[in-house]
Ligand binder design. Structure first.
Ligand code: NAD
Length: 482
């Protein structure tokens, strides 16, 4: 099927006719990261708006919604999103600066996430407990029941404004929790479009409230609100763990950042691995929590792999996200681009070497950068760069490769390219990550897999089935004849 041409004007048209939430709150601008221009204003919600949103969400939660209706709404939302896919891709491209190709993929994935959630809601069931296994249980019929926890405060990042939001909103609604959503200040428009989508799908008042803000006010108010039972947060590790400290009595679910490694052994298909690594390291301009950042390559093939990577990277076009030929757009802000360039310069000054083209320093969209051998103390090795940059690090033995991969505070996903089955097995057992992908990049996330990290990268698993478990608690029921 031929793709419709999506333009910046289409996105702006949608924005102009839809921005009316909390018109009485102070307003802040949303910017197009490529042009730098303001595309509209949104409410800068504070405690007052959050209080009223939580009150509405609590009313909805207490009223309840039958499961069959929740399923219908989720299915309807999936159909609606598929119908409105161009409009959603346009809005995402406008406020994130991600290329249309990346935005179309995000919309298609979010549609699938809604479908998976609806299917999961049809089948989620509870377990009968064998009460008579204990003498005290003789004559009782006992079971566990999953009960929704209450109002969910969903806080989301800028980089995947639709899919990260759907991964919170849909499972919450599926189990009967209402949601107050606080999107990132850079990308609130997609969240408002998602609210509109659910409204059209038949979701009633209070079930999905959206509190936009200009930085962190609404987020902080949500975290501190006593009627919010769960904070489901996706974002940076620093903010995530700070929230966990601030809300010790809430269920706090954290999906955080990483510095993803991929090991390439001497038995790997190098051309194939290079293509996949370029997708994983440079897609979405590297602004993905599972973006490939460290490529750990056997010393006998490291330089050949760098040549392959440079060749693939040279074909990637950076520029205006609305140009259908462009693969990667700008980073979210000029500050983010300056930070990335500073980290690259630091790695080079410390002894790393740029492979292939020298990075363009004058454009808002950074072309892919490959650094051979970034030193251990450089920020590229230690932290999450969140830009289209990878470093290639040589190793001697496979154990050394595993040690380099594990040498990080993060633990989201790791990848290994090898033909050796014993290496596959030891990688699975020894890599300290939430997901290990053999002969693939760590950047692959199936929307129904258990997805999440260990250590600094988080404390939960998303994917409809797993999120629905986290958003419910178990209530035990025992019945005896009276
Ligand atoms: P961020 O942590 O700066 O912000 C995330 C959200 O938290 C935003 O909505 C922000 O307004 C809000 N916030 C900021 N301070 C707050 C506070 N004190 N209290 C409550 N809310 C607050 O992250 P970002 O820059 O928007 O996103 C990038 C980060 O997200 C990266 O670290 C990336 O790895 C991570 N991420 C993780 C996943 C995952 O699934 N693990 C997915 C996407 C992004």
């Amino acid at each position: 099927m031929a793709e419709t041409q999506i333009t910046r004007e289409m996105a702006l048209g949608w924005v102009r006719s839809n921005l009316d939430s909390y018109p009485h709150a102070p307003q802040v601008s949303v910017h197009d990261p490529f042009t730098g221009e303001s595309v509209g204003t949104i409410a800068d919600c504070g405690s007052a708006e959050v209080n009223s949103a939580v009150a509405a969400a609590l009313r909805a939660f207490k009223t309840g919604l039958p499961r069959a209706q929740r399923i219908t709404i989720l299915e309807e939302a999936a159909r609606g999103l598929d119908t409105r896919r161009d409009e959603f891709a346009a809005v995402i491209a406008l406020e994130t600066g991600k290329s249309l190709k990346d935005c179309r993929t995000e919309v298609a994935r979010a549609t699938e996430t809604l479908r998976y959630t609806a299917a999961e809601a049809r089948t989620q069931s509870s377990r009968v407990i064998p009460a008579d296994a204990a003498e005290a249980g003789e004559g009782a019929l006992a079971m566990e029941m999953r009960v929704p926890r209450g109002v969910v405060g969903a806080i989301t990042p800028f980089n995947f404004p639709l899919n990260t939001s759907v991964h919170k909103v849909a499972p919450a609604l599926a189990v009967g929790c209402s949601v107050v959503h606080k999107p990132a200040h850079q990308t609130p428009l997609t969240a408002l479009a998602l609210q509109d989508l659910f409204r059209e799908a038949g979701l009633g008042a209070g079930w999905l409230e959206v509190c936009t803000d200009g930085g962190g006010n609404a987020g902080r108010a949500l975290v501190e609100h006593s009627d919010v039972a769960v904070i489901s947060f996706t974002g940076s590790n620093v903010v995530g763990w700070e929230i966990a400290q601030k809300a010790p009595k809430k269920k706090v679910l954290l999906e955080l950042g990483s510095n993803a490694p991929v090991i390439v052994t001497e038995t790997a298909d190098l051309a194939h691995a290079a293509k996949r690594i370029a997708t994983g390291g440079f897609g979405s301009a590297g602004q993905s929590c599972i973006s490939v950042q460290r490529v750990i390559a056997h010393q006998s093939i490291a330089s050949k792999l760098e040549d392959h990577l440079a060749a693939v990277a040279g074909e990637i076009q950076a520029g205006d996200p609305f140009d259908p030929k462009v693969d990667i757009g700008p980073l979210i802000s000029l500050e983010a681009s300056s930070r990335v360039r500073e980290w690259v310069q630091e790695a080079v000054e410390m002894g790393g070497a740029i492979v292939g083209n020298t990075p363009n320093n004058d454009s808002v969209a950074i072309a892919p950068i490959i650094i051979s051998g970034a030193p251990e103390k450089s920020r590229i090795r230690q932290k999450e760069i969140f830009g289209p940059v990878i470093t290639v690090l040589p190793y001697n033995t496979f154990d050394e490769a595993l040690a380099i991969a594990n040498d990080t505070i993060f633990g989201l996903q790791a990848g290994v390219f090898t033909s050796d089955v014993s290496e596959m097995l030891s990688a699975f057992h020894q890599l300290e990550f939430g997901g290990v992908l053999i002969n693939d990049i760590p950047t692959v996330r199936l929307d129904h897999q258990p997805y999440g990290g260990v250590a600094e990268s988080g404390n939960t698993r998303e994917g409809p089935h797993y999120a629905m478990e986290e958003l419910t608690h178990l209530r035990y029921l025992s019945i005896r004849a009276g």
